[in-house]
Design a protein around this ligand. Structure first.
Ligand code: ADP
Ligand code: MG
Length: 487
C-alpha cells in the first residue's frame, strides 16, 4: 500500500475529530444514521482549510448536504477553522469517478442544498494544466481543450434500455460512434420530465470522449447558454462567445424549451452557431420536453433546423424497465433491498424515473432513521407518505404479478385461453382481487386477464367470493395474498 501523504494524514486526523463530534451531536438514538451516512466517508486530503471527503455515491453527497448541513458545518468549523470548506468526491472501489463537488460555508445560513453547489464555469485549458477561467479563444493556441461539463455518473452503461427509450438510446450510440457523420444531426431528444433526457444526452457526450478523446464536447443547459450570451453582450465579447461555440465538435444543449417566448437574440445566436457547426459536420444534440412542432415561441427558422436530423422520444418506462432501473441503481449505490420491495416500488411508482429514485432514497432514510428493516410494510408506508399522502390504488398488473407468483403460474398462462383448472383458478382470483381493490371496470379487468368479457369477470368474482366463504383453506390463501397489497 502506498504511504499516506501528509495531507492524507492531516485529513484523517481532522475527519476523525469531526466524526467524534458528529457522533456526539447525533446522539445514541441516531447511531444507525451515523453508521449509514458518516462511517462510509473517507477523508482524502486537507489543503488550505479545504477538507476533501470521498463519498460512495452522488446520492450520498446530496443526502448529507440536505440533512446534515448544519451539523457538518459547525463541526468542520470547530475543528478546522472559520474558513473551513468541504469538498466531496464520488469514489467507488477506490477509483475517483467525479470531479470534486465543492461546498463552502460562509458565515450566512445554510445554502440551497437540494442541488449541490457545482457551478462549474466554462474553462478552457490551453492543453496544459492551468485552466484559463474564461470562455474566450486565446490567440495562438491551436487545439483548445474545453471542460465538457459532463456529469460523469450519467453514462450509457448506467442508462437502462427499455422500449421507452430504445430509439433515442441507439441513435445516441450511433451518434457517439460517428459524431456529425450520421443522418442524426441534430439529434433531438424529447420527452416529459424525469425520464432521462439529461442523462442520455450526457451519456452520449461521455461516449464520444471515450471514442474520440480529442474531440471537444460541451454540455450546456439552454439557460446557461442564454446567460453566457447575455454576459458576453454586456462585456462586449459576443464575437468571442460565438467563436468559442464554433470550435465545438459535439454540442449538447439541454432543455431548449426554456427559450420559449423569450431570448430572441440568444435564439438567433444559437441559430448561427447551429448552422456553422452543422456545415462543418459537427454534432448537435438537443433535448426538450416537447416535440419540436409543439415548442411555442421558438424562432421558426430554429424549429425548422431541429427537424433536419432525428427526433427521438423518451416515454415512461414499463414496469419491467422500472424494475431493472431500480436494480441497477441499487447495485451501483451499494444498497441491498429485498426483491419483493423492489417489485413493489417498481409497480407503485409509474410516473417517472426521478420519483423512482426519490422513493428509494426515502425508503433508505426511513429505514436508517427509524432503525427499521427495509421490508414490504415499510415500503408500503413510505409510498403512502411519498405519493401525495394518499394510499395509492394497487394496479391490476401488480395484483396479477403477486398472485401469479403466489400460485406458481406465469402471467402468460393466466392471459392464455387455457381452461386448465389451476390456471382458471389463478385467473379468477386475480379478477376477484382486481374488482375488490381497484377502481377498474369489469371489462378493463377482463381485458387484462386474457381478453375476457365483463360477465366472465363477474362470474369469477362470485365464484371466488363463495369459495372464500365456504373453504377455509382457500380463504387463508386469498387472505395471505391480500396482505401483500392491502393497507
Ligand atoms: P430529464 O432530463 O428527462 O428530466 P433526467 O435525465 O434528469 O431526466 O433523469 C432523472 C433521473 O432518472 C436521473 O437520475 C437519471 O439517472 C434517472 N434515469 C432516467 N432514465 C433512466 C434509465 N433509463 N436508466 C437509468 N436511470 C435513468
Ligand atoms: Mg433534464
Amino acid at each position: 500500500m502506498a504511504q499516506a501523504t501528509k495531507t492524507e494524514k492531516d485529513a484523517t486526523k481532522a475527519w476523525n475529530d469531526c466524526l467524534r463530534t458528529i457522533r456526539d451531536l447525533l446522539g445514541k438514538e441516531n447511531e444507525e444514521a451515523f453508521r449509514t451516512w458518516f462511517q462510509p466517508i473517507r477523508p482524502a486530503a486537507l489543503h488550505d482549510d479545504v477538507l476533501t471527503l470521498d463519498v460512495p455515491s452522488a446520492f450520498f453527497c446530496e443526502w448529507l448536504e440536505k440533512n446534515y448541513i448544519n451539523i457538518i458545518r459547525s463541526t468542520i468549523r470547530h475543528h478546522i477553522g472559520e474558513n473551513a470548506r468541504l469538498q466531496y468526491r464520488v469514489n467507488m472501489d477506490n477509483s475517483v469517478v467525479s470531479d470534486p463537488i465543492t461546498t463552502t460555508y460562509p458565515s450566512g445560513g445554510p445554502q440551497n442544498t437540494t442541488n449541490p453547489p457545482v457551478d462549474i464555469p466554462l474553462k478552457i485549458s490551453g492543453g496544459g494544466d492551468t485552466p484559463i477561467p474564461s470562455a474566450l479563444i486565446i490567440p495562438g493556441i491551436k487545439k483548445i481543450r474545453i471542460q465538457s461539463q459532463l456529469k460523469e455518473s450519467y453514462t450509457l452503461e448506467n442508462f437502462i434500455e427499455g422500449d421507452c427509450n430504445r430509439l433515442a438510446r441507439s441513435a445516441g450510440l450511433a451518434v457517439a460512434q460517428n459524431p456529425g457523420k450520421t443522418a442524426f444531426n441534430p439529434l433531438f431528444i424529447y420527452g416529459p420530465v424525469g425520464l432521462g433526457k439529461t442523462h442520455l444526452a450526457n451519456a452520449i457526450g461521455i461516449k464520444v470522449k471515450e471514442f474520440y478523446p480529442d474531440k471537444n464536447v460541451l454540455y450546456v443547459t439552454s439557460e446557461q447558454f442564454m446567460q453566457q450570451y447575455a454576459e458576453a453582450g454586456r462585456e462586449g465579447t459576443t464575437n468571442d462567445f460565438v467563436n468559442f461555440y464554433d470550435m465545438i465538435d459535439v454540442l449538447i444543449i439541454d432543455d431548449i424549451q426554456l427559450w420559449s417566448n423569450k431570448a430572441p437574440k440568444t435564439q438567433e445566436a444559437f441559430f448561427n452557431i447551429f448552422n456553422y457547426l452543422h456545415q462543418h459536420n459537427n454534432q448537435i444534440i438537443i433535448t426538450s420536453d416537447k416535440v419540436a412542432g409543439e415548442l411555442q415561441g421558438l424562432e421558426p427558422r430554429l424549429l425548422n433546423r431541429m427537424k433536419w436530423g432525428l427526433s427521438a422520444d423518451i416515454s415512461a418506462p414499463d414496469v419491467d424497465t422500472r424494475k431493472r432501473i431500480l436494480e441497477h441503481k441499487l447495485l451501483t449505490n451499494g444498497i441491498v433491498m429485498p426483491a419483493d420491495v423492489i417489485e413493489y416500488v417498481a409497480y407503485s411508482i409509474d410516473s417517472n424515473v426521478r420519483e423512482l429514485e426519490g422513493a428509494i432514497i426515502s425508503l433508505m432514510a426511513e429505514a436508517s432513521f427509524n432503525k427499521k428493516d427495509i421490508n414490504l410494510d415499510l415500503a408500503r408506508c413510505m409510498i403512502y407518505k411519498y405519493v401525495k399522502g394518499s394510499w395509492r390504488e394497487v394496479t391490476i398488473e401488480y395484483i396479477m404479478k403477486v398472485t401469479c407468483d403466489y400460485f406458481g403460474m406465469s402471467i402468460e398462462q393466466v392471459q392464455s385461453a387455457s381452461r386448465k383448472r389451476d390456471i382458471v383458478q389463478t385467473r379468477q382470483v386475480i379478477m376477484y382481487l382486481s374488482k375488490k381493490y381497484t377502481k377498474q371496470s369489469l371489462s378493463a379487468i377482463g381485458a387484462q386477464c386474457g381478453n375476457k368479457d365483463h360477465a366472465t369477470v363477474l362470474h369469477a368474482y362470485n365464484m371466488v367470493k363463495n369459495a372464500v366463504e365456504k373453504d377455509r383453506e382457500f380463504r387463508y390463501k386469498v387472505e395471505e395474498l391480500e396482505r401483500k397489497f392491502k393497507h
